[in-house]
Design a protein around this ligand. Structure first.
Ligand code: PHE
Length: 536
């Protein structure tokens, strides 16, 4: 008798318990076995590792109090390592940065912006969404950082693409685009199947099953009265959304007709609503209540008072027979040297490549092989939540081929009297174009483009604004980095300790541009360092 997936799982669950079942689900591709296993596999160093073996704890200098540096210090601290962090900024978190009223920032263009957001308003300038499977959420749980849903994809958010079709240069709701794209693609595939175009690939019963699936997937109608020929996208079921809402009594609502097949395909409106299919993206994601920097401050607190020297700019790194040494300029401008048994360098690779060291030219080349990738955001604080009041958009993201790329509506404070919209979140060339402008021009351009999508309301009721260009931000100089290869010798160089100097950061992970990458890289470095200490 064939074992159905459900019966198989039930059988495993009965004999092996939940753990075995979870593992089996992983084998079937149903559970994120890899991340679950990795979480279980990471055993933080414990104080007893030292007390029970008669070893004394060691000292570690961590360069950078971003998420990788903080995680490194936090995990080493659990075992009693005496850790000191050197941080250029006056705050923890690095790119984990929540911008609030009263903050000031001077960028590498020399422009100083003062944030004027009202009390309680903020923008997460760096990381802003957390997938359910990332260890970031484990740290939130462990450190007591409250989380709330982040609306990453919203059927009622908009798509806007330029072009010369009937649906170009106009805002289209995600749900409408989905209905039309799935509808027409299903129609085409269903017609091809029924016409025999796929007879080489599909058996008669496969064809039947496929057409049945497509009928539902594309919401296909039946033009001929023959159910097997239900292969026309008629666009009439309400998936597109209503012009007149269904309501009381005889009000059945009204739906406008779908645009022609050509317009839907040629417009490119199917381009972006698949974003949620990515492994690290989803409709349902999370954010800390009150701002992403809650994570950074919780880690700072857990690391312990006085561990972080703020305003410390690293100027040289040396491995020595006894450990490691770091020169830095302190907050008062004095040059100092710190020494420890080990150094963990989490400084972004393109910046670390410029800092003198004695680790050899291979290390400089390896650090320099990472290509900085630009990104930027603008926060527009409105004194009226028009996207909710007028457009009934509650969180989520509008996507466009205008140079804004993405417009984010806030996932908290619903129905409040104000809110911060991320007016652009762009990368690459678009990010560099905005990076080159002073803030006032960034804002002008962002508002002009945003008004194309949302109408004149976009330029009204703006109370304040703040923009960040990560490529023009001191101590970061990029949103993240790209490697041409993560199997080549450069990358491998940085995964290994160079003398007594280790490296960590999201750039040394396969979750670049995620806090998960910084945290897992920190864990890997902590594990390697601790194993070395325990075996010495
Ligand atoms: N983690 C960032 C984000 O979610 C950058 C990123 C975008 C990373 C898309 C991977 C894919 O916006």
């Amino acid at each position: 008798m064939p074992v159905s997936r459900r019966n198989f799982l039930r059988g495993v669950g009965a004999t092996g318990g939940a753990g075995a079942m979870f593992g089996a689900m992983g084998a079937l591709g149903l559970a994120p076995a890899a991340s679950a296993a990795e979480n279980a596999a990471f055993a933080p160093p414990r104080a007893s590792d030292f007390t029970l073996t008669g070893r004394s704890s060691r000292t570690v200098l961590v360069l950078g109090a971003g998420i990788a540096g903080l995680t490194t210090a936090y995990e080493l601290g659990k075992a009693g390592y005496r850790v000191t962090l050197l941080e250029g900024r006056q705050r923890p978190g690095g790119r984990n940065w929540t911008v609030r009223g009263g903050d000031t920032e001077t960028d590498l263009n020399g422009e100083t912006q003062r944030v004027r957001f009202a009390e309680g308003q903020y923008m997460n300038a760096g990381p802003a969404r957390i997938p359910q499977h990332h260890v970031t959420l484990d740290y939130c749980r462990e450190l007591g950082v409250a989380i709330e849903p982040f609306v990453n994809q919203n059927a009622d958010a908009l798509l806007y693409y330029t072009g010369d079709t009937a649906v170009s240069n106009t805002a289209v709701k995600h749900r409408t685009a989905k209905a039309d794209v799935y509808g027409y693609v299903s129609e085409l595939l269903s017609k091809a199947t029924n016409a025999g175009a796929l007879d080489d690939e599909l058996s008669a019963s496969d064809k039947e099953a496929l057409v049945e699936f497509l009928r539902d997937f594309g919401d296909l109608g039946n033009s001929t009265g023959d159910p097997a020929a239900a292969d026309l996208y008629l666009g009439g079921s309400g998936r597109r959304g209503f012009d007149v809402e269904p309501g009381a009594g005889l009000q059945a609502g009204s739906i406008s007709p779908a645009p022609a097949l050509h317009d839907v395909i040629a417009s490119g409106i199917g381009r972006e609503f698949t974003f949620e299919f990515g492994w690290d993206q989803a409709v349902m994601m999370f954010q800390p209540v009150g701002g992403m920097d809650r994570i950074a401050y919780a880690l700072e607190k857990a690391v312990g008072p006085g561990r972080i020297r703020y305003g410390a700019e690293v100027t040289a790194i040396r491995t020595t027979p006894a450990g490691g040494e770091v020169d830095y300029v302190d907050a008062r401008g004095a040059t100092r040297t710190a020494a420890a048994d080990f150094v963990v360098n989490t400084i972004p690779p393109h910046i670390a490549a410029r800092i003198p060291h004695n680790l050899g030219p291979g290390v400089t080349a390896a650090l320099g092989a990472a290509t900085p990738s630009p990104t930027g955001k603008i926060g527009l604080e409105y004194s009226r939540r028009w996207w909710e009041d007028d457009m009934r958009i509650y969180g989520g993201i509008t996507n466009t081929d205008l140079d804004l790329a993405h417009v984010w509506y806030p996932s908290s404070g619903f129905h409040g009297d104000r809110g911060v919209v991320v007016g652009y979140y762009n990368y690459g060339r678009q990010a560099l174009e905005y990076a080159a402008l002073p803030h006032a021009q960034r804002r002008k351009r962002a508002v002009e483009n945003g008004a194309k999508i949302h109408g004149p309301v976009y330029g009204q009721d703006i109370a304040s604004s703040f923009s960040v260009s990560w490529s023009r931000t001191r101590y970061s100089e990029a949103g993240w980095v790209d490697w041409t290869s993560q199997t080549g010798p450069e990358y491998a160089t940085l995964l290994a300790p160079q003398g007594n100097v280790y490296f960590a950061g999201d750039h040394l992970s396969h979750a670049i541009a995620w806090q998960h990458g910084a945290m897992t890289s920190a864990r890997a470095t902590v594990t390697a360092l601790h194993q070395r200490v325990m075996s010495s």
